[in-house]
Design a protein around this ligand. Structure first.
Ligand code: DHB
Ligand code: FE
Length: 288
């Protein structure tokens, strides 16, 4: 199972603390939430907790186990992981309710901005002897009327054939399987990469403890992550999946949608797939 480049020492605490560090250094917070709204949201979340306790007769032992577990989520740096796996898909659902163009889904914890720029006919950086099935992923970025969008920026990142992400698992070159691709004048792009493997969220930290205590599983189906942006249009953050993956119907992060499953075909030396992205204009009805 393990091959020479597999990061033997990948741990939940290491990738969790990388994800926490990234989140706190890369993201800008601009929420201008009024005190009334904060109060409404906080009260409703707390009421849901109180109702759960009453309904199930939660004991002091269970309360203390929860307290210890919450402390561990922070100590393991796993808040980004916890939130992106069990909460983000509903945030995304609400955020994209009024969009007409391509479906999006969760970003997850492993996006890194400013990956190398690779033009419109791109080869993602790989290691010598990178394992897996070569994949040619190509398509076109258009607006909702089908007009090609030239100069659209397609950021792509994904796990390797062992399910590990560069910059979060040790021993992988910085920009491995990450790139920034720009569509040509007609909106077309081509990306050569290697098919990612199904991904297991780290099981040796607090999130893994919850999964095993609840009898759940830690798997996400294999996926490509993408952000697609063009000026005057709404950016989409999405993931694309492969048909036949056992976890497409059973994703721990609930982030699969039928529209996001690719239809690759076998070709000499690998697979090829076409997928087009449709972007809504920024002037189309947006939620306040
Ligand atoms: C997580 C990892 C992913 O690769 C992803 O797409 C979503 C969530 C996670 O470990 O939280
Ligand atoms: Fe992922």
């Amino acid at each position: 199972m393990s091959i020479d480049h597999a990061p033997e020492t990948a741990t939940a605490a290491a990738s969790g603390s990388n994800a926490t560090q990234r989140f706190t250094s890369d993201k800008q917070f601009a929420a201008s939430t009024s005190p009334e709204r904060v109060s409404t949201l906080a009260r409703q979340v707390l009421s849901a907790v109180h109702d759960t306790i009453r309904e199930h007769g939660v004991t002091y032992d269970e309360y203390n186990a929860l307290k210890a577990w919450l402390i561990n989520v922070g100590q393991d740096g796993e808040w980004p992981l916890f939130l992106d796996v069990w909460v983000e898909h509903v945030i995304e659902e609400v955020a994209s309710e009024s969009r007409e163009g391509s479906k999006g889904t969760i970003e997850g914890p492993y996006y890194v901005p400013a990956a190398p720029e690779l033009g419109h006919d791109a080869v993602l950086p790989t290691r010598e002897g990178e394992q897996g099935t070569p994949l040619l992923f190509q398509g076109r970025v258009t607006d909702t009327s089908g007009q090609g969008l030239g100069g659209a920026v397609i950021e792509i990142w994904h796990a390797d054939s062992d399910g590990f992400y560069s910059q979060f698992a040790p021993g992988i070159p910085e920009w491995n399987l990450r790139g920034t691709v720009t569509s040509d004048a007609d909106g077309h792009f081509r990306i050569r990469t290697m098919r990612p493997a199904p991904y297991q969220i780290p099981t040796d930290g607090a999130c893994g403890k919850l999964i095993s205590a609840a009898g759940w599983h830690p798997w996400r189906p294999a996926h490509l992550h993408l952000k697609v942006a063009a000026s005057g249009h709404q950016q989409i953050t999405t993931q694309l999946y492969f048909p036949g993956d056992a976890h497409n119907d059973d994703d721990v992060a609930d982030a699969v949608k039928p529209e996001l499953i690719l239809d690759p075909r076998d070709v000499d030396g690998g697979q090829e797939v076409t997928y087009d992205f449709v972007l809504d204009s920024t002037t189309s009805a947006q939620k306040a």
